[in-house]
Design a protein around this ligand. Structure first.
Ligand code: BGC
Length: 902
């Protein structure tokens, strides 16, 4: 029996339930949830809307921000659709102060939300004069060979009730801090890696819960890390300085309104720790016999400790931490314990990763346990470390003999899947070995899956390549004696990176180091932070990180500030290329070229896919200038836009004159040559189709294999799709023999390899001189998977997915694809399936955004929007078919389409 509820109908009509259904969630300040150290005057605020209704757009918002006692800002109701990157406009935010903030919104459907839950933001130290701490260094003579880690210590008393306690810490070298025996924060490898002599990040921690009433103690240990450890192959160390130093400031506020600062200075004591040796490449030696139990507790007797030396370093280079700290993530136990043919005992963790192994062991004082780390086993199944070159990746733990002891390295990390162990008595037990992955704690934002397990493994490998190489800076590889922020690798992978994780703060921070380290002539160092020095820069496709990455960040996140901040650096890089060109032809200098392109051992018939390096340089010159035009246009710099537009025309003319025949053949006939020419619009319109056909012919000539290196690979499939050869792009994607993306997958790879044939089909290896099994560059195919295969893209004039383009490109090889991407507005997704007769597409469009959805179909009559036809609330309008798609302009919500394929 049906009942009617007149009262309910009334409520429905009055719109009241809608009031409670529109919600504001996921508040972020400077792209972070409850950030700890903000040092911009006008932090940027973002939030997401949640509504069960379709087509929801924000029409107004109100923000309120509160300090500990007073309101800092009440924006009032602002009529605006902006819900991301809204600048704070209240009273000046005070140094070190913590604020809470909330948002409520109104939408285009007459609903309003309640106030969101409160989020917090904590300000950093905004003025140089806020720093009361002094830099301290060990007062003892250091053992200059082993350079054991120093420890610093200080006791203090709190007489009154504490309202809050905040610690500000940084160091020369890496630090690990404790208060009363408890670790401060949960980060590793702090203060991270920046161009230390120009920009040094400090971290800020809320330590209220660590402080006890009465007596307290602070303890901090330091390690050589990137500051003075070996870096950039075996020969360099002490790149930033020789001596480790600490800067520590604790600000305590009492409930009676008074406050106190405890800071590093000459009253601190120091000695050496049980960490006898520590190097990023070589690992750590920890001698538990030398532990000083309770060293960071108040009662500890430090009378035998040394005094410290106070130093006067320049604090104007201090900057608050902008990016996510490195934290501990996945945990692994060995999947197998192997005895190799050589008799080695090896743990297999099943995943190539970056981090460390924690060991539990017991034994006699002085017994040592040694852990060696490797990525692969060789053809015979033995432990293989030759590709680590000079890096030892060895941790030595010396037992104290005091029962069961737990060890892990403090100031080192290893790249490994396999761990060889020595010194364990009896059979090793898997539960005594736990591997932890370490990486920058970026918000995971993307997933991509399909009906093909090999493709899913490829995506897994791309994500693990990113995890392993996003360790505070984007590195080429995480295991050998390199681990540097190679600019070429970073630019090639940057767009893919934005799909998998929120990479904006990570790259914004690194780009500031790029600008800081840029040479005075505008050339950009090969690696950032620059560990190689003058003369190591200016390579095409590497230095273009200066223009490519800011633009990619802008597209993905819609924040103009990265363009503003990097603008001068971008201009300087263009200036460098101009200065090295004659008649706008950039044909000077040394270049890495299409690094690691296909180069068969037997090249008798000239099959090596060589691309002229200066031709590549000219393409990237044009590309960077195009991005400069885009950037100056976005920033309203009309004069610059005009100047760069004229320059681009000349660059392309110079290219055509030098490298293109009248019939459209290029000087190098490689895949990379055609890919770059097509991707960067180097060719006149009328020659493009023929060039794309030549590219396809070339691929067929290599028996449907790619031959591209670092520079051509990212654009290969996008170019094929763009020029109507999506089927060929799929053929390359699905190719299982070398060179291809799936070849390493068929060989059991769990990360992306540096080389297409790092391990050959007969299980022998490529040259150990350069053969990393965790190098993300070729993972740049991830961009095409998300953007073309699944079809999740943004329009450049409404970047950051304010207006999305959802345009799947199905191919014969896959029947089902599902990609979910958490944009700044919320979840954007596309899930498609197909059978012989139908194409099914489910999409989700976040609130406060719109999307143009392209559905593969021959005509609009064959497409149905299933959910809409059910509730008949609004009928969608489809465009007429064009290029095999019909289009629908949609607002937020979930939609399901069904299109007849024939
Ligand atoms: C790195 C690369 C880098 C290259 C430059 C290598 O040693 O591992 O990934 O881009 O050098 O040529």
């Amino acid at each position: 029996m049906k009942k009617s509820f007149p009262g309910l109908a009334l409520i429905l009509l009055s719109g009241l339930p809608a009031f409670s259904q529109l919600k504001v969630v996921n508040l972020r300040c400077e792209n972070l949830t409850d950030p700890q150290s903000i040092d911009v005057a006008s932090p940027d605020l973002s939030w997401e809307l949640n509504s069960p209704k379709k087509n929801t757009l924000q029409s107004a918002y109100e923000i309120r921000v509160k300090g500990s006692s007073i309101a800092a800002w009440n924006s009032g109701k602002i009529l605006s659709a902006q819900s991301v990157h809204v600048p704070y406009k209240g009273a000046d935010l005070a140094s070190g102060e913590k604020y809470s903030w909330q948002v409520r919104v109104w939408d285009n459907q007459g609903s309003s939300s309640p106030w969101s839950e409160a989020a917090t933001l904590q300000m950093g130290l905004l003025h140089l004069s806020d720093w009361k701490a002094q830099w301290i260094e060990p007062g003892y003579q250091e053992d200059s060979v082993m350079r054991p880690s120093p420890m610093f210590r200080k006791t203090f008393n709190t007489g009154k009730k504490i309202a809050s306690a905040t610690a500000f810490i940084t160091s020369h070298g890496l630090y690990e801090g404790f208060i009363n025996g408890k670790k401060i924060g949960n980060s590793f490898l702090t203060p991270g890696w920046t161009s230390y002599n120009k920009r040094l990040q400090y971290q800020e921690y809320d330590v209220t819960n660590l402080i006890a009433p009465g007596s307290n103690a602070i303890g901090v240990a330091l390690g050589s890390g990137w500051y003075r450890g070996y870096l950039a192959w075996q020969e360099h160390h002490n790149i930033y300085g020789k001596t480790l130093a600490l800067l520590f400031q604790l600000q305590i506020k009492y409930t009676d309104g008074t406050s106190e600062i405890i800071s590093s200075g000459n009253s601190w004591k120091c000695t050496t720790s049980a960490i006898r040796y520590s190097e990023i490449y070589h690992g750590e030696t920890y001698d538990a016999r030398m532990e000083l139990p309770g060293w960071s507790s108040p009662k500890f007797d430090d009378s035998k400790w040394d005094s410290v030396e106070v130093k006067n370093y320049d604090n104007s280079i201090l900057t608050a931490t902008q990016n996510e700290p490195v934290t501990r993530h996945e945990r692994f136990v060995p999947v197998k314990i192997i005895t190799t043919p050589k008799g080695e005992t090896v743990l297999d963790f099943g995943q190539n990763m970056v981090g460390f192994v924690q060991v539990k062991a017991s034994g006699k004082a002085g017994d040592s346990i040694v852990l060696y780390h490797a990525e692969v086993l060789d053809k015979k199944g033995n432990f293989y470390t030759e590709n680590l070159r000079f890096a030892k990746q060895r941790n030595i733990f010396i037992l104290s003999g005091r029962g069961t002891e737990t060890f892990e390295p403090h100031f080192s990390f290893q790249g490994f899947r396999y761990v060889k162990i020595e010194g364990i008595t009896g059979d090793p037990k898997p539960e005594n070995f736990t591997a932890y992955a370490l990486y920058s704690d970026m918000r995971p934002t993307g997933s991509f899956s399909s009906n093909d397990p090999l493709i899913n493994q490829l995506q897994h490998n791309i994500q693990w390549g990113q995890k392993g190489n996003f360790l505070d800076v984007p590195t080429d590889c995480p295991q050998r004696d390199e681990r540097l922020g190679w600019t070429g690798d970073a630019q090639a992978f940057s767009r893919t990176a934005t799909y998998n994780f929120a990479a904006n703060n990570f790259f914004d921070k690194w780009l500031k180091d790029l600008a800081a380290d840029q040479f005075s002539d505008g050339s950009v160092p090969h690696v950032i932070p620059d560990a190689l020095g003058p003369g190591n820069g200016g390579s095409a496709g590497w230095s273009d990180a200066a223009t490519i990455i800011p633009w990619n960040m802008y597209l993905a996140y819609g924040d103009k500030r990265v363009l503003e901040t990097q603008y001068e650096s971008m201009k300087k890089w263009i200036g460098f290329m101009q200065s090295r060109s004659s008649g706008n032809l950039w044909n000077k200098g040394s270049h890495f070229g299409d690094w690691l392109f296909y180069r068969p051992d037997d090249d008798n018939d000239g099959r090596s896919a060589i691309t002229d390096k200066y031709m590549i340089a000219q393409c990237f010159y044009a590309h960077s200038v195009q991005l400069m035009i885009n950037t100056s246009t976005v920033l309203g710099k009309k004069e610059d836009a005009g100047m760069y537009t004229a320059l681009l025309k000349e660059i392309k003319e110079a290219y055509r004159k030098e490298y293109l025949t009248p019939n459209g053949r290029l000087v190098s006939s490689s895949q990379t040559a055609y890919v770059l020419a097509l991707n960067f619009d180097m060719l006149p319109e009328e020659l493009r189709k023929a060039a794309a056909d030549r590219l396809v012919a070339n691929i067929e000539d290599y028996n449907n294999h790619l031959t591209t290196g670092f520079l051509g690979t990212p654009y290969l499939c996008p170019v094929l799709t763009r020029f109507g050869h999506n089927d060929v792009a799929y053929t390359l994607l699905m190719q299982k023999t070398y060179p291809s993306w799936l070849y390493p997958v068929t060989m059991g790879a769990t990360t992306i390899w540096e080389r297409w044939d790092g391990q050959k089909p007969d299980s022998t290896f490529q040259t150990p001189a350069m053969n990393s099994f965790n190098h993300y560059a070729y993972g740049a195919i991830g961009d095409w998977l998300y953007r073309s295969v699944a079809g999740l893209d943004t329009y450049a004039d409404q970047p950051g997915y304010k207006h999305s383009m959802i345009k799947p490109h199905p191919g014969n090889a896959l029947n089902e694809v599902n990609a979910v991407y958490k944009t700044n507005y919320g979840t954007l997704s596309a899930h498609w399936k197909k059978d012989s007769a139908n194409f099914y597409l489910d999409v989700e469009i976040p609130c406060n955004t719109t999307a143009t959805v392209f559905i593969p179909a021959a005509s609009s009559d064959t497409v149905k929007e299933i959910s809409e036809t059910k509730n008949k609330s609004s009928l969608l309008k489809f465009s007429a078919a064009e290029d095999g798609y019909i289009k629908a302009e949609l607002g937020s919500g979930k939609y399901r389409f069904n299109a007849a394929l024939k």
